[in-house]
Design a protein around this ligand. Sequence first.
Ligand code: AGP
Length: 610
Amino acid sequence: MCGIVGYLGEKGATQTVLNSLKRLEYRGYDSSGISCFLNGEIITEKRAGKISVLESAMDKDVMNGATVAIGHTRWATHGEPSDFNAHPHLDCTGSLAVIHNGIVENYSDLKKILEKEGHKFRSETDTESVVHLIEHYHREDDILDAVIKALDHVEGTYGLVAFSVKSPHRLVAARKGSPLVLGVGDGEMILASDASAIVEHTRDVLYLEDGEVVDLTQNEYKLYDLNKNHIQRSLESIDWDLDAIGKHGYDHFMLKEIFEQPETLSNAFRGRLLLDDVDVRLDGLEFLNSEIEKINRIIFVGCGTSWHAGLVAEYLMEEYAGIPVEVEYASEFRYRNPILKKNDLVITISQSGETADTLAALREAKSQGVRVVGITNVVGSTIARESDGGVYLHAGPEIGVASTKAFTSQITVALLIALMFARRRSVKFDEGKSILENLLSLPKAVNSVLSQCEKIKQIAEIYSENHNFLYLGRGINYPVALEGALKLKEISYIHAEGYPAAEMKHGPIALIDEQMPVVFIATRDEIYNKVVSNMEEVRARKGKIIAIATEGDEEIQNYADHVIYIPDIHRSLVPILAAIPLQLLAYHIAVLRKCDVDQPRNLAKSVTVE
Ligand code: AGP
């Protein structure tokens, strides 16, 4: 939820941390801060607001000489966004600094004990209890031992980094539940919540596992478990470059990511289609081969957009593989004692691979002995590593908080899995060839949707001041309606609801008047006529209709105020094409309303707290 960075090296520690924080700002952006070690003391600057506010407040002339620094960009959980509550937090004497991403669940108990011992708290954060706890042990112990001993009392999650004036050329970091990656450079070490803050410095990384602590100097790292047993693990290599995380001339990351979709979708199926055999090859699922025939039920779990992708996946899996599917909010799954059986398969869907709720669901499934497959984008993420196997999206870093390219790639990958399962079960698979051929033409079809960006902007101009929107779709397009509504509300702050079109008459129809734009996904399929009837019902009540329709469907213009056409494609791929105009509509409306598209208020890209 927050972004953390630590740096040891000669390249200007403070500026390096500041630059890296900017890369992590998507993780949280309500306040930020940096501490560095200079002239025998810890110097700290922290501010409410975005990193630019911190940057203006920093006395760089003073701070730039440091060779060790830590920094934090925050998404508030305990205590409002303020200068005081921003990290780093310091101990009573100002000689120990800590940054933390996660939640200390027992912080109020710890705080009471520590206050009784005379520790003075300055913030309302849960994190500060850990700082004083480390301070307590650090009176006698070395910083590494003090951190390990302190963490023994901490309930909750953490990715944290600490340093102290007693050993100022060391950083000690630990992880439980919140991601932490170490970049090992030439004469420099950089720790961060994700690799995007590291890739500029080195491609050699170590992903910390839960329960691991790393002790760093500029030239050396030592990895331990929480009992201080030494751990040996080889470094991994980041296989994408800095270019992937730039804006490339686009005004916003979100727009860039929407326009990347022809390529990201190709990446999702490239090398995975076996056209002659009408089959799909997914190396990460090979381990399941002998079990696919026996799968009785699949449960997709995810949150937000990823949950919507799961709903599309439900249609695809049931239709092609003939396996009954349930789709669960990861946040609900774990807390309702899910009944899982031997031949169930859980498939988690997560762009970041770090979402705490999804990870908790994964662990719940594993604890019940059920196989778990992960559909993730971020390579080496916790969900990817903890799953029994999985499929990467290969969509490249998604920086915009509103998920776009990941959604369409998630659907593509879910379709590939459905096809793979269909081939390995004795189900009728007549459509396989046509689906694979249509997949190949998908990038071109996406380009044709993107070419309507200007037209969609004109529609956005008409409705950008409206206060409510309704999104309606049926069948496989119903989740697309949900996703369209989510995109609009999260970046434009307009209230929007997604509904199955036919459900409208059971309640939401009461909302319709001339002020209500209703977005229909009304593509040509077996329920097209029913959707048109629903459009008539809206028109009769003076609602304004924006229809996403199939190219060549002239008739639809009789029912809609605006029509955005998508190419005629195999019905399994329609949700992908239909989602894109909705992404663009939300984007343009948000820009017209002068909203912060890439960093909408109150949100964070990866939600690593429950
Ligand atoms: C999408 O636009 C959202 N920002 C959010 O719903 C997101 O999809 C959700 O938090 C799940 O994230 P994940 O895919 O990284 O697990």
